[in-house]
Structure formats: C-alpha cells, structure tokens
Design a protein around this ligand. Sequence first.
Ligand code: KIV
Ligand code: ZN
Length: 543
Amino acid sequence: MDPNYVRIFDTTLRDGEQSPGATMTSAEKLEVARAIARLGVDVIETGFPAASPDDWRAVNQIAQLVGAEAVAGRPQAEPPIICGLARATKTDIERAWTAVEPAAHPRIHTFIATSPIHREHKLRMDKDQVLARIREMVGLARSLCPDVEFSCEDACRTELDFLAIAVQAAIEAGATTLNIPDTVGYTTPDEMASRIAYLKQHVPGIDGVILSVHCHNDLGLATANSLAGILAGARQAEVTINGIGERAGNTALEEVVMALSVRGPLFGLQTGIDRSQLARASKLVSTITGMTVQANKAIVGANAFAHESGIHQDGMLKHHETYEIMRPETVGATQTTLVLGKHSGRAAFSARLAELGHALEQDELDRTFQSFKVLADKKKTLTDADIEALVASEISQPEPFYRLQGLQVACGSMGLPTATVELIGPDGAREVRAEVGTGPVDAAYKAIDGIVKAECRLLEYLVQGVTAGIDAIGEVSVRIRGEGAGGDERHTAQGAAQPRVFHGHGADTDIIVASAKAYLVALNRLLHAQKRARPEPTARVQA
Ligand code: KIV
Ligand code: ZN
C-alpha cells in the first residue's frame, strides 16, 4: 500500500473492445492480454463474461494462462489481477466469478448507474432501490471473491451527496476499489478533482479502499480529468491502449503513464509500467482492432517524435532537449532490425518470437514461419515490426468461410483496371471471378463481392507501410458494416446492441494482396456474426 503508487487498470479488452468494429477473436484477445501483461499493468479487465459464451471463454482462458506467463522466469514478480465486468445482477456476477476464478489474483468488477438521468430513464429505480442493489450485489461479489471493484456508472453526473452515500454503501458491503467513472466524458479537471476530494472528506472508510478514475474522452479531456483525479487522491487509473473505447474513447494508458513519468517531480507518483513496451503494445492493439492511430497521437503516433521545421531540426541537432521532452527509445519507438534472414531456421525464428513475447499455437507458428520465409525472400532486412505484422495476420481467426487462393490484377494508365480473384469457399469449392473497377482494389473487392455475396458497405480502407523502404510490407485495415440480416448479437456492458461493424487486417509486400486479405478477414467476421445470429433449426422445432 505505497501511498504514491498509482495502479494501472487496463480495460482495452473490455471498454476498448466496445469501440465499433474493434471486436476481437479469443486468440486475438489472448495476444493483446499478453502484451498488456508485458507492460506490467496491475489489473487487466479482460471482458464482460455475461455478454456471450465466447466472451466468457476468452476471459477464462486469459485467467488461466496470462497471470502465470507474465511471471514465468521472474519469481519476484506478481501476476496481474485478472478482472471481469458484471452488471449488478446475480447472474452477471456469478458468470464473472466463474470466468476469473482460475487467475492467481481474480477481481470482480460490478457496477450500477447512480445519476438521476440513468436512475429515472434507464433503470427506473429510485435512490433507495439503487442503494439496496449496491449492498446486495457487492455483498454477493465479496462472498465469492476477496477483490471487488464497484463503479457508480455516470458518477460525474450524480448528485455529490448521493454519490458519497452510494460509495459508502459499496464500501460497507465489501468493495475494495471504488471507481468514479465519467461515463459520458462530461466533466472537467477541476470538477473531477473536487469530486474525488469531496469523497475523500465525506465517506467513512474511504481511506481503507482504493479510489479509481475512469474517464471517457467526449470533450478531449479524458487524460486531463484522470490526472486531476489522481492529483486529488485517486490511486487507480482505468485506461486503454491508444485510448480506444466507446464513442470518442477512454483515457489513453500511454498518456497517463508518460505524464506521471515525464512530470515525475510535479506528481511525485509512480506506476509499475515498463515504458519501453508502450510503442509495441500500441502497434499490436491498432493492428488487431483495426483502430489505426492518428499520426499526431501523443506518445505513440507516427509523428510523435518527428521534427519537421528547420528551426526545430536545428535545435534538435544542437541539443535534443530543445524540442523533445522524452526520448523515443524510452517508449520503445525505435526499430530493432532482426538478424534473421532467408537462411534462418524455424528454431531461430521461434526463439525471436518468444523474445518478442509471442506464444503461438503450433499451427499459427507454422503459418507465420511460412509467411516469414516468403517475406525473407523478398526483403533483405526484417525488422521486429515486420514480424509483428506477420504475427497479427496469422493469429487464429474463427475457421474462415472464404480463403484467398489467388489474385491477379491488371492496372495502370491504359485500359480498365481488372482483377481476377480465386477463392476457396465454405464447402472447399474453388470459385473464380473477374471484375473491372475504378482501380485495382475496387476491381478486386467487386470480384470478391461477386463470390461471397454478403451485403455490406465498406466504411474505411487504409493502407500503411510497416517499415520504411520500397520493399516494406504494406498493411491494410478495412472496416465494413453488414447491411443484411443478422449481425453481431453481443451487447455492450451498458446493454446497447453492438453495431454491425467488422474490421479486417492484411499484410503483404503486395498491397493489393494485403487489401484482398484484409477485406476477406472482415467479410469472414461478418459471416460468422450472421451465422451466430441465425436461430438453430433444432431450437426452432423444439420451441
Ligand atoms: O464508463 C463507464 O461507466 C464504464 C463502467 C462500466 C465502469 O465503463
Ligand atoms: Zn467506460
């Protein structure tokens, strides 16, 4: 209980995953959880187990694997707390508990809204009913798990005196961490600071629990509000990598961690985060979720350490501190060149993967090694970033309905851009289709649409080079919206149906091939969601 230690609670896999289209497969969640554990976070909120059987399984798998892996070979290290979210209901809490129970340090995080708007319009409960629910459900959670977090949803629009009563009720019922979320990103730094200070002053027993802040970024104030809450006495910050999350997102982990570190003398506080892992974790999350990071994003954006103007460059040459408040290597924003080439064997390759913290299944390793060999034939030097891009492409997706077998394009300034696509369909049948389009990607996507016949709209298409150089791998991210029947049936923690947005990622030295791969990943996700949404024929007969 060091009073100057700020716990970092990462909710990339729960609030972050609630961003439209950021849904991850279990294998992807496990990779992200490993990256988050490598960062040294104190708590990983791994999901919302009651949302679906898939969500429960993903949380449970992380609870079984990640804690132990995080401390393997480091006997002094503590495994992270593995947390599952639950609404304040008996079923949600019991589901969350069975999912996190295998972890070395499990936590149940339960919540109910306390603000007048939510009480009246969403919950249709009065203050007394909300308080009774808090007492009953926090008590139930505590009877199952020694570590219980309680959140007053929409705390920053809750009457201060009622917020204090709700927090007190949760403490009396056994909560060990009390979270004050700015659910709708409405508050300001001064307000957040005085809210935390008020609770510290007026709630009996508050000094025996950890106060936490959880801010959304609707007004672009999430990091400022979190830091204000910390200055006022909160000792846990709930954050996501790259700030992904509902609507405008959550507080960015890298921003809070680096603000506390760069302005160390001002705050006088520490975190347990390994800052050199920040850039890597950011890249992995953006690749896997398809939520690309804007170039001017603090700490992890492509331009965060770029100096363009002559005056700045001149200053940097004379002394880097003229225009740089932190070094890129501090956050791991520098490239490591891999000393592997086309003659390297599987053992050297998998050893490097292990050093980078990836523990792939055998079939994933086989596929990644094959892609590595193909790439090493085309590129002389491979960077860790290239390897990360390959891994992100090969991490298991659910069994795909359609696979890319071949692609041929003709394009340029003469004639019509044409693409011929060969896919292997769900029944193993080969289908070929040729189309013309406004460009080679358009032609390839039309040809794929002609075979797959899923009703969808392309919302976003983005191509980026992983590394510099003409032989760089091109990474493509797409986002599509399913327009037809069915879709993602999951519900967010707040109960809203998920929009039917799906992302896909593809990497290849040929950007048209990368584009086709990315589109197929997104289409396969859509087809899986539609399949899940269709009622089982036998269930209908029984009903
Ligand atoms: O923003 C919010 O209020 C939440 C709670 C579930 C903690 O995410
Ligand atoms: Zn939230």
